[in-house]
Design a protein around this ligand. Sequence first.
Ligand code: DP6
Length: 363
Amino acid sequence: MIEYKNPKLLINKSNFQAGEICWRSPSNIAIIKYWGKHELQLPRNPSFSFTLNNAHTFTCLAYNLKETKGISFELIFEGKENTSFHPKIFKFFEQVVEIYPFIEQLHFRIETENTFPHSAGIASSASAMSALSLCLCTLERKLFNTLLNQKEFLQKASYLSRIGSGSACRSVYPTAALWGETNSISESSNLFAIPFKDEIHKVFHTYHDDILIVSKIEKSVPSSAGHDLMEGNIYAMNRYQQAKDRLNALLKALKEGDLVSFGTICEAEALTLHALMMTSNPSYLLLKPSTLSIIEEIRNFRTETSIPVYFTLDAGPNVHLLYPDEFKEIISEFITQKLLFYCIDQKYIQDIIGEGPSLASDS
Ligand code: DP6
């Protein structure tokens, strides 16, 4: 069992230099959904995601020594001082302080912005918490000359990200990531995600994810509350087993480049996620009439053309359209002709599978 708690990671004040570290980190879209957790963000079932490219968070962590001990930071979101994210960041620092005791010796100025609009149905907590975790791991490396091995670095960044937001732990890797124990993959873990680029067919490396925005209204039930409701859901145990079985079938399809099996599992997972919300107590429903209309259009288009375009959904009403690069022109035409009608401002966000986070600066 991996143990990152380390009381030795304290700064020697005599040779300290203030500085700033900036990371760009992407969001990700889950194909097998993480839904249900226990203890400190441990998943009830394994999940699998594609890493996005354009939808990302850019975060700079400026740090300086301070006199008094304790958690201290200011947060600038999209150019403005922001206090609404304070509780989440404060809790995160508290939860990782035994891993990084130097946090209490420093004052941080966190400047952060997203490339995508808030509430666009893109998981901003995944990109935001992974960007911040990557900044902290770079800071560890800088202060203590540790984490020099890239695999160890990313694994620890994934572990910290998980504590910030479960899905964030999958964002630190290029192309695709798997999080949660599964018998079929010996290195898999509930504590951090593992990279999955080399195990999947090349066709998936250039996949597209177009996001059709049907509503920008803040979700009525946040994901954290949705996870909690799984604890009382009578389908929970079957669901966790189903996710494991679907993951094994998905891994086979990903390896073989079997687009139909991939897409069938992908859509089943999206609808299962929302079925679990509807069968929670209290029940809730995040889908909108336009979500269903888009789903119907996609399925009709697929039947007519045999083009392997499939949808998935996050914990919201917006629809993610997944398809191979070779169909980008025809899908763009399809979206313009049939789907934009259902979208807010007749717009959608175009994304592709990405190469993972990048260090933007370290001074
Ligand atoms: C539906 O990672 O946002 O997107 O761990 O409470 O921060 P917390 O939840 P979060 O849940 C994501 C749920 C999901 C599925 C997924 O990304 O796997």
